[in-house]
Design a protein around this ligand. Structure first.
Ligand SMILES: Cc1cc2nc3c(=O)[nH]c(=O)nc-3n(C[C@H](O)[C@H](O)[C@H](O)COP(=O)(O)O)c2cc1C
Length: 469
């Protein structure tokens, strides 16, 4: 059989993930293995159609396709996403149709599930037959059991193809509607605010739904808001994964990106990203913008900001994208996710009203410095970063380490001495049957009673304070 490995790491042969792939394929010399560094040579594939067609030819003659990538910013690297965009732009979908496929990624397991869901859904959209996905940790190659898992993964992958077994589907196809947004002139008071707002887009066409949504949103304000089209700034390429920024946030690229990010994006209070959905994400250009912001490493650079999205396309059947966008604002940035407004509703009057409410709400939240407490996306994400930066990856991400130390992000539970002492005594006391019975009998009512009494006290004080202001 012929298996094509599509290497999605911009590092090409130096990719961590491809080492796993190279290891496991040695157990199957009976098959033909072709690895193509599609992310590394993405500019060539874009410019020279013959190069792109050569890749497609290999796919056409393959029995199976393996997607291999290192995770970048909650999804695949922008160069890989661009390759997927090219498949659609150049109508090469048929080469993938019916092919068996699987995924291997490496990462620190921070939002590896969203990257896998994205790619699996892309495969299903291409009518490929998805077999399995494996997400490995950076150093898992040292673990014998993991290497064994890798071999089982591959044995299963190959035998599924060999026996032409049936595979399942998890994602419904997306439907992009033909709805044409017709905004009306607002009959509402304009918002007058001192908060600094920036609208960032990757595509501005005043005739498109996205362009009209951008204009309508801007109309809500009495003053001009900053407007940035990322196509207008010099971005020499996608993140190369060199990690030089790890020491002091300095990116090896010498282009306009860093200045624009630091002087226009970070200095704003409210950041609204506007984009068209392309396949299962926004555009690869957007992904490039997000990946390049990684020069800030794992340090949140938009702390306390309001971050919202205007999207043309159908995000609601693509919940994975919603999760990526929410997590990008909350767990990545310690910012407030103010939501997504989309033309998917297919009703111009309602969209006008939603944009108006959205504009008012982001300003209100910003003026009040409202940042919702983190949910699982943020709490879980923080713990992964905290443990990794404190531990195995600290030597690379030294700037992160300094930030985490200074900002109390090393909040390990073992530092909570009061709880540790409490646990020690309670564990001892619970060995006494009488105490244990009483403790567990009261467990349902006591915490709520205590909570109510202290909340009542706080409420009284706050009501009094509110009366005097
Ligand atoms: C720009 C950049 C972004 C990253 N984003 C993530 C991430 O969101 N989640 C994660 O678990 N690891 C992330 N990582 C870690 C990489 O996934 C990890 O180093 C991986 O092994 C790289 O694989 P590769 O060498 O095959 O490209 C990121 C690394 C870089 C350089």
């Amino acid at each position: 059989m012929k298996i094509v490995v599509l290497n999605g790491s911009p590092k090409g042969k130096l990719s961590f993930t491809i080492q796993y792939m190279d290891y496991v394929k040695q157990f199957h010399p009976e098959h033909e293995w072709i690895t193509i560094n599609v992310a590394k040579k993405i500019k060539k594939l874009e410019k020279k159609d013959t190069e792109f067609q050569a890749v497609i030819k290999e796919i056409e003659s393959a029995d199976g396709v393996l997607w291999s990538f290192g995770l970048y910013v909650l999804c695949v690297p922008s160069q890989y996403m661009r390759f997927i965009e090219l498949i659609h732009e150049r109508n090469a979908q048929s080469a993938f149709e019916g092919k068996y496929t699987g995924i291997i990624s490496s990462s620190i397991h921070y939002y590896d599930h969203t990257a896998h869901q994205y790619l699996r859904a892309e495969c299903e959209d291409l009518n490929m037959q998805f077999i399995d996905g494996l997400s490995v940790y950076l150093n898992d190659y040292r673990i014998k059991e993991l290497r064994e898992l890798l071999r089982i993964f591959m044995d299963n992958f190959l035998s599924t193809i060999d026996n032409q077994k049936a595979t399942g589907k998890l994602y419904s196809p997306l439907r992009f509607s033909e709805f044409e947004y017709q905004p009306t002139v607002l009959d509402q008071p304009k918002i007058d605010t001192k908060q600094k707002i920036i609208m960032i887009t990757d595509e501005y066409n005043p005739q498109s739904n996205l362009g009209k949504m951008i204009d309508q949103f801007k109309q809500n304000f009495s003053n001009e808001i900053d407007f940035l089209n990322i196509q207008d700034i010099e971005i020499k390429g996608g993140c190369q994964g060199c990690m030089r920024c790890g020491y002091d946030y300095n990116c090896f690229y010498d282009d306009e990106y860093k200045d624009v990010y630091n002087n226009r994006v970070i200095t704003s209070d409210i950041i609204i990203f506007a984009g068209n959905m392309k396949n299962r994400y926004l555009s690869a250009k957007w992904k490039q913008f997000y990946d390049r912001a990684f020069f800030w490493n794992h340090t949140p650079s938009l702390v306390g900001k309001q971050i919202g999205y205007l999207i043309s396309g159908p995000p609601t059947p693509n919940h994975n994208l919603i999760q990526i966008l929410e997590a990008s604002a909350t767990t990545r940035q310690d910012a407030n996710f103010t939501g997504i407004i989309t033309d998917e509703i297919g009703n111009s009057e309602l969209l006008d009203r939603q944009l108006h409410s959205f504009a008012n709400q982001v300003v209100y939240f910003s003026e009040k410095e409202y940042v919702r407490p983190q949910n699982f996306l943020g709490v879980g994400g923080h713990k992964v970063f905290r443990d990794e930066i404190w531990g195995p990856i600290r030597m690379i991400w030294q700037a992160d380490h300094r930030y985490f130390k200074k900002h109390g992000k090393y909040d390990f539970p073992q530092k909570r001495y009061f709880i540790r002492v409490g646990n020690f005594f309670m564990l001892l006391l619970c060995k006494i049957p009488f105490f244990r019975k009483k403790f567990y009998n009261n467990l349902k009512s006591l915490p709520a009673k205590r909570m109510k009494s202290s909340l009542d006290k706080a409420a009284l004080k706050e009501i009094e304070a509110a009366k005097t202001t």
